[in-house]
Design a protein around this ligand. Structure first.
Ligand code: NIG
Ligand code: FE
Length: 415
């Protein structure tokens, strides 16, 4: 690399690379340099071994921490209406499942989302997304699942894709047609699954609007046999799967997801060791969602010790949604993951970078600060990685690079 040109060179940075094989905690490089060319990291390492390159732009990071851009790998960020009344109802003693059975919950958001135009959904989603970006997020997964008819599911996915085109963030879209039984199919779950696999999923696949397929396996949603049909259809269309599994009970969701080589199984409060083993064998990532656990005041935490024992990769995400997890901060999610689930700060940070990338099937291209990866980075007003976790409500992110393009605190402003 000596003697060559590059687009950008960042020096005087404390870099938490989060590289899997690193010898230091967080993969820390104390006096680090990052060389960026064509939107990718061309070189990263210690100042002492800094290559002799001519940089079009050189940035002094002033000793600040740089991490991989954060990745929120499980959100329901596009929705219409709100469910503030359910928050009050739950505090007054009505539980989540009971609210769902009375036609509230996911179906309350379905009614409001069906009634909203694409433009209204986009405008409602923008401030939510901005809030995530302010936390150093450079990549976000967004699920459909509040339409539950072809037209509205397509509209949600189009809005999610538009967010990725028009905002400085990479968006992954997931089709979640099997999220709940919509009112017009009450008592006819199998008929609704026919509609998902014969009509909706083919339309979504044809339009190229989904990167993956998800479902909600639970007694208030779909059975293992129904989810299996959705997964078979996803396979037919060449789409990877993931699953909302073991959130309120254990129906063998992790095993089912593993059987279809699922990218991830998410929630997992009621996961047992058999399920953990199946995930380990299949390479399925565990996505833990402390926001839903917190807001629903759940009592059983996911089996973190078993996940560690069997070396299942652990990711963390906001599950941002209007009902069970109106949590608009990935940094707060790190704090909740440590305090409520007993993760270490290093596990938590890996969970929103390296392992979140794995949960989205993009571990080869993002998630760590390593040569060859896309230059998605977050810059922080601290030099301590654990400071991102130890505070709640503080957002020390001062800038992000998305594919090597800087977007500082105020657009265009240098550090
Ligand atoms: O991940 N578990 C199912 N679905 C979402 C919540 C959806 C909602 O309550 O609107 C979740 O928690
Ligand atoms: Fe979810």
């Amino acid at each position: 690399m000596n003697g060559t040109d590059c687009d950008l060179l960042i020096h005087n940075a404390r870099i938490a690379t989060l590289a899997a094989d690193a010898k230091t905690p967080y993969g820390l490089i104390d006096r680090g340099v990052i060389v960026i060319q064509d939107g990718k990291i061309a070189w990263v390492g210690d100042e002492a071994r800094r290559p002799d390159v001519r940089a079009a732009t050189e940035t002094d990071c002033q000793g600040r921490l740089i991490t991989p851009g954060l990745i929120d790998c499980h959100t329901h960020l596009v929705w219409g209406g709100d469910r503030i009344d359910e928050f009050e109802a739950r505090l007054a003693g009505t539980d989540y499942a009971e609210i769902a059975k009375r036609g509230g919950g996911i179906n309350a958001s379905v009614r409001a989302t069906r009634a909203a135009s694409a433009e209204a959904l986009y405008q409602a989603a923008l401030p939510r997304l901005s809030r995530l970006l302010a936390d150093g997020v450079t990549r976000v997964e967004i699920k459909s699942g509040y339409g539950l008819d072809t037209e509205t599911e397509l509209r949600m996915l189009e809005v999610a894709r538009r967010l990725g085109r028009e905002q400085p963030v990479t968006v992954h879209t997931t089709f979640l047609g099997a999220h709940a039984i919509p009112p017009e199919y009450t008592g006819r779950g199998d008929a609704y699954i026919d509609y998902v696999v014969d009509t909706m999923l083919p339309a979504v696949a044809e339009a190229g609007l989904a990167d993956a397929v998800d479902a909600f396996l639970e007694h208030i949603a779909f059975s293992p046999a129904q989810v299996e049909r959705v997964f078979e259809a996803a396979r037919h269309h060449g789409l990877p799967v993931k699953l909302h599994a073991e959130q309120l009970s254990n129906l063998g969701g992790a095993r089912l997801a593993a059987r279809f080589a699922g990218q991830s199984a998410d929630h997992l409060e009621y996961l047992d060791e058999d399920g953990v083993r199946a995930m380990a064998e299949a390479g399925t990532t565990a996505v833990l969602l402390p926001g839903a656990y917190f807001f629903l005041r759940e009592k059983q935490a996911p089996p973190v010790a078993l996940l560690r024992k069997h070396r299942v990769p652990i990711a963390l995400a906001t599950d941002l949604n209007p009902g069970s997890s109106p949590l608009h901060s990935l940094l707060a999610t790190l704090t909740l993951g440590c305090v409520l689930f007993g993760l270490t700060p290093e596990e938590a940070l890996a969970g929103v970078t390296r392992e979140a990338a794995r949960a989205l099937g993009v571990a080869g291209t993002v998630g760590t600060v390593e040569a060859g990866k896309r230059a998605d980075l977050a810059v922080w007003a601290t030099d301590k990685p654990a400071a991102l976790v130890a505070n709640l409500g503080l957002t020390p992110c001062v800038g992000r690079y998305v594919g090597g393009r800087a977007s500082w605190g105020r657009e265009g402003e240098a550090p």
